[in-house]
Write a protein that binds this ligand. Structure first.
Ligand SMILES: Cc1ncc(COP(=O)(O)O)c(C=O)c1O
Length: 438
């Protein structure tokens, strides 16, 4: 019966799939009428067999590309064993994965979740419980406030949303978690003004991804580190988009002299399967005692084995060096294009997280790229974002730049200035339908 269902689902036409989605799914995403059925390396294929060069990687998730043979082998192996045993028992893979994450991050202990937002929730709870424990022991005044940055994105659950700055994500769901204040991006004086002894954590994306690829300065990071250390508060790095190799370093914060206390990761961790993690120093992690925090699915054997394989692939295939080399080529090519097309205001980023800031709206460029078989994304209405898989080759970068040049030339003709009211589109989906997607 189940096999029969799968077979008939496969035969559905793209038009029928789109129509059924329109009828049966909640209307949270806008999608172009393309149905992706499979991928290989850094290419995705649609239901009509057309190939797309993927420079979005499932929004920074598919770092090892599609159907990497080692990932496929591990997923098949574990699917035939036990996909889930619950967190009431040990499984063989949590410990080695936690150990690797501790080694990669320079921190000590890990908690596994299912998504980035959940990892952020865990980090907020850990910072609060640490502060509560200190206050209860009489060694510190009560601290409950969180400082986050303007333009931040930390996820869609209530806690993560509360420290997410963009009004269109937050405001419809008010009231959110109280005690959150936003600091102007990279503004040390504003941080100094807003920080006091009631702050239990400062939360920073070392590179704001959804916010449009903005890099936190060394000065700002060091000041946040000094204030949190002096007041026994937590410095939380949200590396869900920037972490695990995307910058060419294991973590984006590793270019700074000082470590955070708590780090959140997700997206590429299990190379496409849902897994998040919160990593913390022993000092903070020890505030959790059994029963205080938990998850039914987080850290199951299938996802942990797959994540362990992904991190080992990054090491074995020297993908950090590849990210740096391909990232430099891509950046150099984009800088040349910026010199040619005056509507490109700035190209910024590191490694394989790059933003192209336009003086015009970005949606027509995303649509034109799709028509030409390129997958890219637009955030905040006018910033094109590139997040290709770590495995891209020199020739993929060259192919991208050639096609992207044509995209820029063509789409510039129809692009308008962004609306003064600010971003209108849901940025986690490709904006707008593409009528002639084939
Ligand atoms: C920096 C950052 N934090 C948190 C999240 C939320 O992660 P998830 O969508 O897995 O809940 C995202 C997702 O884009 C992110 O980029």
């Amino acid at each position: 019966m189940a096999a029969k269902k799968t077979k008939s689902a496969k035969r559905l036409s793209p038009a029928k799939i789109c129509a059924d989605e329109a009828r049966y799914l909640m209307k949270t995403y806008r999608r172009p009428p393309v149905v992706f059925t499979h991928g290989h390396g850094c290419r995705l294929y649609d239901s009509k067999g057309r190939a797309y060069l993927d420079f979005l990687a499932g929004i920074a998730v598919n770092a090892p590309g599609y159907a990497h043979p080692r990932m496929v082998r591990v997923i098949r192996r574990e699917a035939g064993r036990a996909t889930h045993v619950s967190n009431l028992f040990h499984n063989p893979y949590q410990a080695p994965l936690a150990r690797k994450l501790a080694e990669w991050s320079g921190l000590d202990r890990v908690f596994f979740s299912n998504s980035g937002s959940e990892a952020v929730e865990g980090a907020l709870k850990l910072a609060r419980i640490y502060a509560h424990a200190k206050a209860a022991a009489g060694s510190a005044p009560p601290k409950t406030r969180f400082l986050a940055l303007e333009n931040s994105f930390h996820g869609r659950t209530m806690g993560a949303l509360s420290i997410t700055h963009t009004a269109k994500y937050r405001e419809p769901f008010a009231p959110l978690v109280p005690g959150v204040e936003f600091v102007r991006f990279n503004d040390v004086a504003d941080l100094d003004a807003k920080f006091d002894d009631t702050v239990c954590a400062v939360v920073i994306e070392p590179i704001q991804g959804e916010g449009g690829v903005h890099l936190v300065s060394e000065e700002f990071w060091q000041r946040a580190r000094a204030l949190t250390s002096d007041h026994d508060a937590a410095l939380i790095a949200d590396e869900i988009q920037s972490g695990l190799g995307r910058t060419g370093r294991r973590f984006a914060y590793q270019k700074f002299a000082a470590l955070p206390d708590i780090v959140t990761v997700a997206k590429p961790l299990a190379g496409g399967l849902p897994l998040g993690a919160m990593i913390a120093t022993d000092k903070f992690a020890s505030a959790f005692t059994p029963g205080m925090h938990g998850s039914t699915f987080g850290g199951g054997p299938l996802v942990c084995a797959t994540a362990l394989e992904f991190l080992t692939i990054v090491e074995d295939e020297q993908l950090l060096a590849n990210v740096r080399a391909r990232g430099a080529e891509l950046r150099a090519g984009l800088d040349k294009l910026a010199a040619r097309f005056d509507f490109i205001r700035e190209v910024r980023g590191e490694g394989l997280i790059l933003g192209i800031d336009l003086a015009v709206e970005g949606a027509p460029f995303v649509q034109e790229a799709l028509r030409r078989g390129l997958l890219i994304n637009c955030t905040h209405e006018h910033i094109l974002r590139l997040l290709p898989p770590f495995i891209i080759r020199k020739q993929d970068v060259a192919e991208f730049l050639k096609k992207f040049e044509a995209v820029l030339a063509r789409a510039a003709k129809s692009a308008k200035k962004p609306s003064p009211a600010g971003p209108a589109e849901e940025t986690h989906a490709q904006p707008l339908a593409v009528a002639a997607a084939r």
